[in-house]
Each structure stands twice: as C-alpha cells, then as structure tokens.
Design a protein around this ligand. Structure first.
Ligand SMILES: C[S@@+](CC[C@H](N)C(=O)[O-])C[C@H]1O[C@@H](n2cnc3c(N)ncnc32)[C@H](O)[C@@H]1O
Length: 239
C-alpha cells in the first residue's frame, strides 16, 4: 500500500498523506487521509464514473444531439485518468470523435498510477491507460482513432477557453474540503467555457452548489445519484 506525502499547493500550502484504497465495486482510488476525502466515491469509483459522467453526461449529450459528429469535453480534475479512460473506451465503442481536455494542477504520481486496477476492472488492455498517463502535458495527442487528449497542468481558476466545450465533467474534491472550487466565480468560468447548449455534470448535489450554478445562468436539474448518494446535479447552458 502506498503511503506517502505529497505537497498539494492549495490556497494554504499543506502536506497531504495519501494511500490507495479499494472502493465498493472493487476498483481502487486514492484517499487523502487528513481530509478524509477520496478521488472517487467509496461506494465504487467505476460505478460513480459510469453513472455521473457517462450516463448522465456523455450519453445524455449524445441522445440530446444525435447528429453531432464530435464532442469536446473538459474534465475538472484529470486525477487518476479514470473518467478519461472510460470516455476513450466509449468513443471507440460508439465510433464517436471525442476531444478531451483534462485540467489538473497536481498530477498523480507514477507509483500511484501503477497501483490502480482500472484496466483489469474494465476488462481492457493497458495500452490506452498507459498512453493517457505517458503522453506529454500541454500538447494534443491522438491516442486512438476517435479520441484525442490534451492535458493541461494549471489551476481551475486559470481556465480561459471560451465557448470551447460541449460537456464538462466537474470532478473537483468536495466543497467540504475545497469550498473555493464550488463558487460562482468558478462556475462562471465553466459557463463561459461551454458552447451553446453545453452540459456540466457533477456528483455534488449541495444546495449551495446548485444556487451558485443558477446564479451564473445555468439551468440545473437534480438527478438520482450514484450508489450511496441520493442525488447529483446536471447543469445546462440553455441559450
Ligand atoms: C476528485 S479528484 C479528481 C478525480 C479524477 N477525475 C479521476 O477520475 O481520478 C480532484 C482533482 O482535482 C485536483 N485539484 C485540486 N485542486 C485543484 C485546483 N485548484 N486546480 C486544478 N486541479 C486541482 C486534484 O489534484 C485532484 O486530482
């Protein structure tokens, strides 16, 4: 089991102890012990990704716009690359072009990546997952026939793309530990980054988060949450 310290430069610079744990569906995640916070739901990392980001995000978008030929996705918190991997597999399965931008200020360490079991759990080979992590930051890489990846190492507050994305996977750590990431100013950046009729999905269902989204112009729906969670949120830039 990995047990190490990582310097996470948040607003207050703190050393955070991390370890790899197994979640309810057998897939691994990273736990930040001091925060009692995980990269994914304790009830199942893969289950959560499939429910929140794929079913209520990607599949919802495809069903809403069946004639769309290519989808631009922004991920808030690239982290372990789990959401990116599942999205890449969907792009190939559906013959749908996806351009994926993953923003991450504090990339996961190689020794942590090696301990994640997503390739086995998803019954795929490790080529795609390795490529996701081995490709360089700040350049666009065509990883498979239908999936390109751009990893950007920066803070979410530094995102400045406008009208660039169809879909945002908003997967920041919870508002309990990083309240500054669930504010009107961050959701304004997300709203401006979306194209018309763009969609943002997140696992959070907090009332304060919903109100911050509505305040910047989003139409917000509460949807059934993944295992272990009653609700989640989906926000749309309806123009
Ligand atoms: C919940 S985890 C993301 C999990 C990820 N989507 C996955 O599938 O593994 C949140 C991520 O946000 C990153 N992060 C935290 N604060 C950030 C900030 N201000 N700007 C950019 N990234 C940040 C963390 O390093 C972490 O990787």
């Amino acid at each position: 089991m990995l047990d190490q310290f990582l310097e996470l430069r948040s607003s207050s610079s703190i050393s955070l102890k991390r370890k790899i744990i197994t979640t309810g569906d057998g897939s691994k995640t990273i736990q930040i012990e001091e925060w009692n916070e995980q990269y994914h739901s304790l009830h199942g990392a893969i289950n959560e990704a499939n429910h929140v980001f794929i079913k209520h995000g990607l599949i919802f978008f495809i069903e809403s716009f069946p004639n769309i030929k290519s989808i631009d996705i922004l991920e808030i918190g690239f982290g372990t690359g789990l959401n990116a991997l599942i999205t890449l597999l969907k792009a190939e399965a559906l013959n749908l072009d996806i351009n994926y931008v993953g923003v991450e200020a504090y990339p996961v360490h190689q020794d942590e990546i090696k301990q994640l079991n997503y390739v086995n759990q998803l019954s795929t080979n490790d080529t795609a997952f390795s490529k996701l992590h081995e490709c360089s930051w700040e350049s666009v890489h065509k990883l498979t026939p239908h999936f390109t990846l751009l990893k950007q190492q920066k803070l979410f507050s530094e995102i400045n793309q406008k009208m660039a994305f169809n879909l945002i996977y908003f997967d920041a750590f919870g508002a309990r530990v990083q309240p500054e990431l669930w504010t009107e100013s961050i959701f304004k950046i997300m709203y401006d980054g979306l194209k018309e009729n763009g969609v943002l999905v997140t696992y959070s269902a907090k009332g304060s988060v919903r109100r911050a989204m509505q305040a910047v112009g989003f139409f917000v729906e509460r949807l059934p949450g993944p295992p272990g969670k009653r609700e989640m949120l989906r926000a749309q830039k309806r123009v």
